[in-house]
Design a protein around this ligand. Structure first.
Ligand code: SAH
Length: 415
């Protein structure tokens, strides 16, 4: 079970301004998580003006909601079963509920299934959805089939404030946080269309999950306890928001934590990741060490390989030094490095040659670093983070013509 977690203590006053967003260094979100439509004052009090999004609530909360409507609690259990375990996308599909009851519920609540705006399917089966939320904003989610299992890659924000120079989402700016319900709804949508069981979920879509921590923790809880995804099959990837990592450490979840490291030193990192100016690597790594000590979970260090930027033998050596650690730092970090050949979405960055990728990997192995290479998916679709949304936007009437990126594979990972 994943606890939903307590709310943060009162935030400290430090605020950090990043391009397009402000957040507090205490780890609180840039904006409180909102439901797709406006949230009623009490999340469980039905209001005809603002239908309540039921995805995002636990079975017990849905029971409370129907009880507030004067209905027996078991009706709430039925509704939750339909939403979380029987893939219902509307009240109409809940055929063992009396028709009048379905209409009564539809008048005050929504099951929150987003509308699919675009869908692209790769030859390997990878399916990318661009979905429209209640307020018209769009986000992406991706279904990834593997041999014995399948996974869904979820967005946590509309856009992203982190502005990593290599990332298509970062280029599009930031609009708002997603609610827990909007995050879980992406999973339910992808699962409803999946031809085989979905066993994993990764928080590696659009946005920075640890700038939306409360909603993300609630979504993790729901995926685990309502949708039946084991905690160890859930992965959260962060750019390195230290208060968020500290909060995860306190929650002691058994999920997988991945850090988008992408450079072994702050000088290199700051060249393409503005977050390096706010959370320097020594501070991020100390937070990771505390995290591994608290959870006993190995973390993943994601390392995007970009030709001529971070792929030299000297970078590999510095990366090995960082992972192996100094004695006074506590020795080796409990971590595996996951190499990600750059998916060319930005013209100024190139993917290294196969030979270059292999050499970088071999050097790390030689130094005794645990290293894997990301299994790339979505060869023929715009599957890197934020690509599909940008393409849909540039296809809109009046949009500027776009450069056609070389599509090399997806930015979402095997967990
Ligand atoms: N904000 C979070 C999660 C979203 S991005 C984070 O930064 O970790 C998920 C992963 O995709 C990150 O590791 C990100 O750096 C990577 N990514 C973004 N654009 C990419 C691209 N064009 N090619 C390969 N990986 C990319």
């Amino acid at each position: 079970m994943i606890p939903t977690g307590s709310e943060e203590a009162r935030p400290r006053t430090t605020t950090i301004t990043l391009p397009e967003a402000t957040f507090s260094a205490s780890g609180r979100e840039c904006a409180p998580p909102r439901l797709a439509s406006s949230t009623p004052a009490s999340p469980l009090s039905p209001s005809p003006e603002a239908p309540l999004l039921l995805t995002g609530l636990t079975t017990a909360q849905i029971e409370e909601f129907v009880a507030a409507l004067g209905l027996p609690r078991y009706r709430g259990r039925q509704v939750a079963d339909w939403i979380y375990r029987r893939n219902a996308g509307s009240f109409e599909e809940m055929t063992d509920l009396p028709r009048a009851l379905r209409h009564q519920l539809a008048a005050v609540a929504s099951v929150g299934r987003p509308e699919v705006v675009a869908r692209t399917v790769d030859a390997d089966g990878t399916t990318k959805y661009l979905v429209r939320l209640g307020d018209g904003q769009t986000v992406e989610c991706v279904w990834l089939p593997y041999r014995e299992w399948s996974s869904v890659c979820l967005s946590t924000q509309v856009g992203c404030p982190m502005a990593c120079a290599f990332c298509a989402t970062g280029r599009g700016g930031f609009a708002r946080n997603l609610s827990a319900g909007e995050i879980v709804a992406q999973f339910l949508l992808a699962r409803a269309h999946a031809p085989c069981p979905v066993t994993h979920a990764v928080f590696m879509g659009m946005g920075e999950p640890l700038l939306n921590t409360s909603a993300v923790l609630q979504a993790l809880h729901l995926l685990n306890s309502e949708c039946g995804i084991g905690a160890r099959n859930l992965t959260l990837s962060t750019v390195g928001i230290v208060p968020g990592i500290q909060r995860l450490a306190r929650e002691k979840l058994q999920i997988n934590l991945a850090l988008s490291l992408h450079a072994p030193d702050d000088e290199t990192r700051a060249r393409f990741m503005p977050v390096a100016q706010h959370f320097p690597l020594p501070v991020v790594l100390a937070a990771l060490r505390d995290y591994t000590a608290a959870t006993h979970r190995r973390v993943t260090l994601e390392y995007l390989l970009i030709a001529g930027v971070n792929d030299s033998p000297a970078h590999a050596d510095r990366l090995a030094d960082l992972v192996l650690g100094k004695k006074e730092e506590g020795g080796p970090l409990l971590a595996v490095v996951n190499l990600i050949p750059y998916n060319e979405t930005e013209a100024r960055f190139r993917r290294p040659s196969e030979e270059g990728i292999r050499r970088f990997m071999a050097r790390l192995k030689q130094r005794g670093v645990a290293v894997t290479r990301r299994l790339e998916r979505g060869e023929t679709i715009a599957a890197a983070c934020g690509q599909l949304r940008r393409e849909a936007a540039s296809d809109a009437p009046g949009a500027r013509p776009r450069r056609s990126p070389r599509r090399r594979g997806t930015a979402v990972a095997r967990t």
